[in-house]
Design a protein around this ligand. Structure first.
Ligand code: SF4
Length: 341
């Protein structure tokens, strides 16, 4: 049976309108999220992935503003919703968890109070709320939830705060969870626990997840499909297996090349040289051109459009055929490119 689309983001543009310049943080991003899937948004810091995520719930910090596009949730355009309408979606239908739990947990309120607020259900009695909150804390693996629920956030460790934030986010059993770098601030053991937790809760609550991360390892572990972002645009989008086995954009390929690979022990990692472009002053052509080993003259003049190179596999490059893979992730020196069919 075909899965239904839960969210459709169409040509989303989120700009920061400063006095002297306009920073195009998200510049025409389109993707769909299906029921029950985990969709990854991956890229370097400042590529627009977090602003895309925040735009979905209209949680932009000023002077950030959605200046174009649609965000259809169950067919309704979030961009056009007023404050009251968005309040009916935020935390109930769509929840968000951030990298740093202290940005969403209140240090002067008990965990219990914050969880009660997250339920968004005025018909529940206090006792029902308490039972549900304890059940959720148990679900996210907080030990002795009956006593810990009476504590404040400073009494929790980093991993436990993250779990408590997830419990709050899940309070209203959302249909879509936006997870914005949910494990970046945590050590690897806790990171692994939190990711496994999100995965199991996703199945249990039948949620969809948008996972924002800069970590391709996290993408491999978690995502069904993934969009790679660069300079406010999507440069490649496909299912996760295809992305790792057959990338079709030089930036994705370069990201893979900068990952540690056990089969190449002793060899140096290949960093992506140069820096991301200034989003207030993007180059005329492909924004990756100054850093791309495959760039040709046209790349500096014409911005490539995104197109479907294989069924369900989209790329935005004038020369996607230059990116080759043989077995696994193998870098191809420039002189060999073009001789491989
Ligand atoms: Fe590189 Fe040109 Fe493709 Fe941009 S369009 S990624 S510069 S080859």
């Amino acid at each position: 049976m075909e899965k239904e689309k839960l969210l459709e983001v169409k040509d989303l543009k989120t700009y920061f309108l400063l006095r002297d310049e306009t920073v195009k943080a998200v510049d025409g991003v389109s993707f769909d999220v299906y029921e029950g899937e985990t969709f990854g948004l991956v890229g370097e810091s400042g590529c627009g992935k977090s602003q895309t995520c925040r735009s979905i719930l209209k949680l932009l910090k000023r002077p950030g503003e959605i200046v174009g596009g649609e965000i259809l949730y169950k067919g309704q355009d979030i961009v056009k919703m007023d404050k009251n309408e968005i309040r009916n979606i935020r935390g109930k239908e769509i929840s968000i968890i951030f990298q740093e739990p202290m940005t969403s947990l209140n240090p002067v309120l008990k965990i219990k109070t914050q969880m009660f607020e997250a339920f968004h259900d005025s018909n529940m009695s206090k006792q029902e709320k308490l039972e549900k909150a304890i059940e959720l804390l148990k679900l996210v693996g907080i030990p002795s939830p009956e006593t810990r629920i009476e504590e404040y956030t400073h009494q929790f460790s980093g991993g436990m705060r993250q779990r408590a934030m997830i419990a709050c986010a899940l309070g209203a059993r959302p249909k879509l969870l936006l997870a914005d770098e949910p494990t970046t601030a945590l050590d690897v053991t806790i990171q692994d626990q939190i990711l496994k937790l999100i995965n199991s809760l996703k199945d249990e609550l039948k949620m969809s997840v948008i996972l924002v991360t800069h970590d391709l390892g996290v993408v491999a572990q978690m995502c069904d499909r993934v969009a790679v972002m660069y300079a406010g645009i999507i440069v490649e989008m496909t299912d996760t297996v295809t992305l790792f086995s057959k990338p079709r954009h030089p930036y994705t390929y370069a990201l893979m090349g900068s990952l540690p690979d056990q089969s190449k022990r002793g060899s140096r990692l290949e960093p992506i040289t140069g820096a991301p472009p200034n989003l207030a002053n993007l180059p005329a052509g492909c924004p990756f051109a100054p850093r791309c080993r495959y760039a040709e003259e046209i790349c500096t003049k014409e911005r490539p459009d995104i197109f479907e190179i294989d069924p369900g596999h989209f790329t935005r490059c004038h020369f996607p055929e230059k990116v080759r893979t043989f077995t696994g992730i193998i870098d191809v020196p420039k002189e060999e490119v073009g001789n491989n069919g």
